[in-house]
Write a protein that binds this ligand. Structure first.
Ligand code: SIN
Ligand code: FE2
Length: 215
């Protein structure tokens, strides 16, 4: 039986699954209502925006960041910046509940003392997808990646060591957290085109938080 408790990090179902070598899915690891509330002021300061990429196209999904550094793309490169290029001000600070969640999830997957300095916030509307890519703009690949799903269900795709050829795909539900590192740290991964949930017409998007130690 799921154990419904009121504090933020109590696991609702308490399941940790190794989905692929060094890739864990923590099912229903967190409630998302407080995370969602924390997003309000962040988005007011640094709204979602699509970004130009070095391949000359705008991204399919929209992004923003909080924390000391934010991941951004332009027509020349991908990089971490300590200021939001939209307003030339520091990114909004990372809320303590984000830091605690990232550290707790990393610990659950075997990584102690994970202290992210960056939280990339992705917005997927229905029909949005994220193509196969590696997360490789960080300075030290010894730190894991922690990724938190909020809202509509996504299908996460693991391509592994090569850009193409799906090795695993599985749903990520609201409150699921993925942690990957070590041999999977540079795995290619992506997210399939988001579909609507007919029984939940008010849910129109998915937001994903990606916690990284960039510097
Ligand atoms: C990412 O790889 O940047 C995000 C993954 C996700 O949305 O689950
Ligand atoms: Fe990624």
């Amino acid at each position: 039986m799921p154990n419904y408790q009121s504090d933020l990090f109590s696991a609702l179902s308490d399941s940790k699954e190794q989905i692929y070598p060094d890739v864990y899915r923590l099912s229903r690891f967190t409630k998302t209502d407080k995370l969602h509330k924390s997003l309000g002021p962040i988005l007011q300061h640094s709204p979602f925006r699509k970004m130009m990429t070095p391949n000359g196209h705008y991204t399919n999904i929209a992004f923003t960041n909080c924390g000391e550094y934010g991941w951004v793309s332009n027509k020349v490169r991908y990089q971490y910046l300590d200021k939001d290029p939209l307003n030339n001000q520091p990114w909004p600070p990372m809320p303590q509940i984000f830091k605690d969640l990232a550290a707790n999830a990393a610990l659950e997957a075997g990584y102690s003392h994970f202290m992210p300095d960056s939280c990339l916030i992705n917005q997927y509307l229905i029909g949005s997808k994220l193509g196969s890519h590696q997360d490789k703009n960080e300075k030290d690949f010894n730190h894991p990646i922690v990724s938190v799903s909020i809202g509509l269900t996504a299908i996460f795709q693991i391509y592994g060591k090569t850009r193409s050829g799906i090795k695993a795909q599985f749903p990520l539900y609201d409150g699921d957290v993925m942690v990957w590192g070590d041999s999977a740290r540079l795995m290619y991964h992506g997210v399939k085109s988001l579909t609507a949930a007919p029984l939940k017409p008010n849910l129109t998007q998915r937001v994903n938080l990606t916690f990284r130690k960039s510097h």
